[in-house]
Design a protein around this ligand. Structure first.
Ligand code: ZN
Length: 331
């Protein structure tokens, strides 16, 4: 069967909490999907067998022949050596060091497998099927447990000398700031990663006693601070809660500051922001745009659009599958 008959690609999105997999058609539509809890996976070896099993299940459930699948793409949240198919290090998932995942998965499944950083594959998805269509130079950010970044230059992922390029989440905003998982201090992720947004809200609730009683955040959380999530904070902000709005304003300012640095450095056509936290919408995007407009040189922040990613929930899967397609097509 020639390449043109291989109409489907498999996408695997490894997240800190969920591993999501799916079969994606040429236009970026998801044909079948499956997911499992990342924390159930104790080692890369176990990941391999679980993945193999899941792929078999997906093919069966969708009645798609293996021969119609052109390959598999994997997005992993950390440092990936793309050209050798090796996962070097995953910041938020322990026990992954120098795993030759592309080779292992290719052998285990009989499908040619390509591995890259999760934000990189998401950017390829947005480039071909989403908010990046029509652009050749842009920067993607994914906001979740971690903060991922990807740089597209001339329609291609810019990886740098050792494949680490685009780690925007670890841009140092304050060298005296709080310690980050990467070992540095004051990284962007240390302020706007999921749990740090929540911690910011909890701290503000503890500081302001009167405000605490009135806060919609606690009402929505049934007075359990452990139930506070970015999603809940977005809801509280939408209902006009002062603390929630302040948390999002500060979160947006940190992100906007990073984007201003990137405008001065790379002068992209636009920014595309995705991931769960981006669903907060305008309470987050307004302060991002405002800060970017204020800090970037020559007022360029005002003419550099900040867009929401378009591929939504399944951006990771669709991105990984689309990435595999571009890898096989370019040889
Ligand atoms: Zn860091």
């Amino acid at each position: 069967m020639g390449p043109s008959r291989r109409r489907y690609y498999l996408g695997i999105d490894i997240g800190a909490t969920w591993v999501k997999m799916g079969i994606v058609g040429h236009r970026g539509f998801l044909r079948a999907k499956e997911e499992f809890d990342t924390r159930e996976i104790r080692s890369p070896r176990q990941f391999l067998s679980r993945t193999q099993e899941t792929i078999e299940g997906l093919l069966k459930a969708s009645s798609i022949e293996r021969a119609a699948v052109g390959g598999t793409g994997v997005g992993a949240p950390g440092w990936v050596d793309y050209s050798n198919g090796i996962v070097r290090e995953l910041t938020n998932i322990p026990k992954w060091h120098d795993v030759p995942l592309a080779d292992q998965l290719t052998r285990a499944t009989g499908l040619q497998t390509f591995v890259d950083n999760d934000a990189n594959v998401m950017a390829v998805g947005e480039l071909i099927h989403g908010a990046g269509r029509g652009h050749v130079n842009f920067i993607c950010l994914t906001l979740g447990t971690g903060v991922g970044g990807a740089i597209i230059i001339n329609g291609k992922i810019y990886r740098g000398a050792r494949g680490l390029a685009g780690e925007i989440g670890h841009m140092v905003l304050d060298h005296n700031g709080p310690r980050c998982a990467c070992g540095a201090n004051g990284c962007l992720e240390r302020y706007v990663g999921n749990r740090f947004i929540v911690a910011n809200a909890v701290r503000r609730l503890e500081e302001g006693r009167g405000a605490r009683r009135r806060s919609t955040i606690l009402k929505l959380a049934n007075h359990d601070v452990n139930a506070i999530t970015p999603k809940l904070l977005a809801e509280a902000a939408a209902q006009g809660d002062a603390i929630a709005r302040e948390v999002w304003r500060e979160t947006g300012q940190y992100i906007g500051t990073a984007l201003a640095v990137l405008v001065n450095l790379l002068n992209p056509e636009c920014f595309i922001i995705g991931g769960g936290v981006a669903k907060a919408g305008h309470v987050l995007f307004d302060p991002i745009r405002k800060t970017l407009a204020r800090l970037a040189m020559n007022k360029l922040g005002r003419v550099t659009p900040v867009r929401e990613a378009q591929l939504g929930e399944d951006a990771g899967i669709v991105g990984a599958a689309t990435f595999a397609r571009t890898c096989t097509e370019t040889g």
